[in-house]
Design a protein around this ligand. Structure first.
Ligand code: HEC
Length: 164
């Protein structure tokens, strides 16, 4: 009997915390809770990223947005890209709140923010992924070949075009 009461007491104390946390995630999947604080993705996001040269701005993604290309971009984004997978800064859901986000200024681009990212030409994204953004944490990904960068761009674009 005593044991049962003890068990109920333990459950009573420990259950509400994960439930409340789970509820926050379910109700606001776009938010990030860290150290008891709630963070919202930044949108619209102010950017003073260097502009790519003219000839890049004209480029259009030459690859079709096929399942294979998006999948290849997805694995690079989350796991395989070197020097580090994009997700550690840009976040699992692309909202710019990856686990390094509190250390970074300026903040990683929030790819879910259509206002900010949709007007950016494919070639601008290509150029920054290849060369990085000097003076920020965005590294150059020199070892990715062109197709891999275009696959990443197809994947990144999907974050702001949820309906597709
Ligand atoms: C170490 C952190 C970090 C990693 C890893 C990282 N990024 Fe970034 N990224 C940033 C930051 C910070 C910015 C904002 C740069 C700025 O404001 O100029 C950024 C900006 C960008 C932009 C915006 C370009 C623009 O013109 O606005 C693109 C596209 C991008 N990153 C793609 C990627 C991709 C794809 C990967 C993985 C292959 C990646 N990033 C990995 C930190 C990172």
């Amino acid at each position: 009997m005593k044991q049962k009461i003890l068990l109920w007491m333990v459950l009573f104390i420990t259950l509400p915390a994960p439930l409340a946390w789970g509820w926050t995630l379910v109700a606001h999947p776009e938010k990030k809770v860290e150290g008891g604080l709630e963070f919202e993705p930044i949108c619209p996001q102010f950017r003073k990223t260097q502009q790519a040269p003219e000839e890049y701005l004209k480029l259009k993604n030459p690859l079709p947005p096929s399942h294979e290309n998006i999948f290849a971009g997805q694995t690079l984004f989350h796991f395989d890209a070197k020097p580090g997978p994009c997700r550690v800064c840009h976040g699992i859901s692309g909202n710019g709140l990856g686990f390094l986000f509190r250390q970074l200024s300026p903040s990683p681009r929030n790819f879910t923010c259509s206002q900010t990212v949709d007007p950016l030409p494919d070639g601008q994204l290509f150029w920054i992924i290849r060369n990085g953004s000097p003076g920020t944490a965005m590294p150059a990904f020199k070892n990715l070949d062109e197709d891999q960068i275009w696959q990443l761009i197809h994947y990144i674009r999907h974050f702001s075009r949820k309906e597709q």
